[in-house]
Design a binder for this molecule. Sequence first.
Ligand SMILES: Cc1cc2nc3c(=O)[nH]c(=O)nc-3n(C[C@H](O)[C@H](O)[C@H](O)COP(=O)(O)OP(=O)(O)OC[C@H]3O[C@@H](n4cnc5c(N)ncnc54)[C@H](O)[C@@H]3O)c2cc1C
Length: 458
Amino acid sequence: MVSKDLNSLWCDAAINDAAPREKLSSDIETDVAIIGAGFSGLWTAYYLKKLIPNSQVVIIDANQVGFGASGRNGGWCSGFLPNSIDELADTHGRELAIEMYRQSFATLDEIETVLVNESIDCDFHRGGTICGATNSVQVERVTSEIFKFHQFGFTDDDIRQLSQSEVERRINVSNIQLASYTPHCAVTHPAKLVNGLARVVEQLGVKIYENSPVTQYQSGSIQTNHAICRAQMIIRATEGFTPSIKTHRRTLAPLYSYMIATSPLTERQLQILGWENRETYHDARNMIIYCQLTADKRIAFGGRGAPYHFASRTKPSYDAHPLIHEKICNSMREIFKKIGDVDITHKWGGPLGVPRNWSPSVNFDARTGLGSLGGYVGDGVAASNLAARTMAHLIADDNHELTHLAWVNNQSRKWEVEPLRYFGINGLLKISESIDSYESKTNRPDRIRTKILETFLG
Ligand SMILES: Cc1cc2nc3c(=O)[nH]c(=O)nc-3n(C[C@H](O)[C@H](O)[C@H](O)COP(=O)(O)OP(=O)(O)OC[C@H]3O[C@@H](n4cnc5c(N)ncnc54)[C@H](O)[C@@H]3O)c2cc1C
């Protein structure tokens, strides 16, 4: 059940009518216990039950299924990772970088197959993604991204350039000079997906406990506020909320992303816009914006850039941010100005998880039975499926090809102590925003601040 306090578009649909699930109120024993009932936790349970059908698997969530980013996101199910292919090659070598992207692109087929096989209806539609360039610096960024992928052996079938008129024929957005197009992205209704997955894993025999916050865990046992769960293997899938667990205060930093949704567009607005293939759309600015056209023809539009909260705090009151929501409305109106005014009906937000090295990972130690997956930096809808499949094979210890991917046991160092973390992250966000503003005003790259940004991210 997605929190009713959020004015999220995805909470509107009649999909959250399941009765609240049981709390973990007395001690239990199991083979595998997963902390967190978002995409990472649910997909892990799904693949574990497929690989080892007689294993006993439980999921324990502090809130409800889909309470976290999985029930609130922008619905981009994208094969693109938060790390570019050349960043991956610098860290892990060319072959592992290519394999990581090859598996990530193939994940969309995998997800689509499961949705069909398990009858999960979540408005999944594979229209690809367009990344527009609105100034000459963004033109350079978009064309070099295409060039890089081609240098690594990917082709126009994976990512290619669209001229201004080709973009406008697909989505008639404003101020575009050119764009890239990739088919490796789908749109989905995230809350329908996460609730559908929960139903499927329960049918496979997985027990989900809700409203049972885990306060700490170590090899063999999990402590919740009311009971203990003893398990041979414990997998943490808590993403942006990870700092709520003792000993993980500095493992992932929660950064907030915010969204708005419009009322359904009129026939006239849709005629102006085109957008018949419902590609997801973003542009090549540093401070990410992202949007999709929903199945009921609303624009769901999101953006990052909200300040990081001291000591990695997450609170329900942070799920709305008037200033950032206003900026997101302005960006949406600027991009879609050709369709005139449109009502904003929903505003919401939530935390995503960012590791110190800005790279997601799948970690499992067979000796202790402890594992974790995530740190997707806002790109976890598809990546959580690949991460969970990888985790299931690590637990099954079957030497599957996925267990050799670059992100396996590539654990980041911890974040800095406060107040360094607070000033570092917020400084970085300010720099990103000021680079965008400089580039759009001058049409020139902001080399000095870009260098500072790269140094911090490195
Ligand atoms: C506004 C927004 C828009 C986004 N848009 C996109 C997008 O379009 N495409 C994309 O790929 N990604 C997007 N993301 C990111 C994506 O949603 C996440 O990467 C993904 O959902 C992570 O899934 P998860 O299961 O790892 O974590 P979550 O979905 O956050 O789940 C974590 C779960 O752990 C539980 N939990 C936390 N702490 C504890 C504890 N101590 N004890 C027990 N349970 C606990 C929480 O209650 C929660 O249910 C977006 C994120 C946000 C916030």
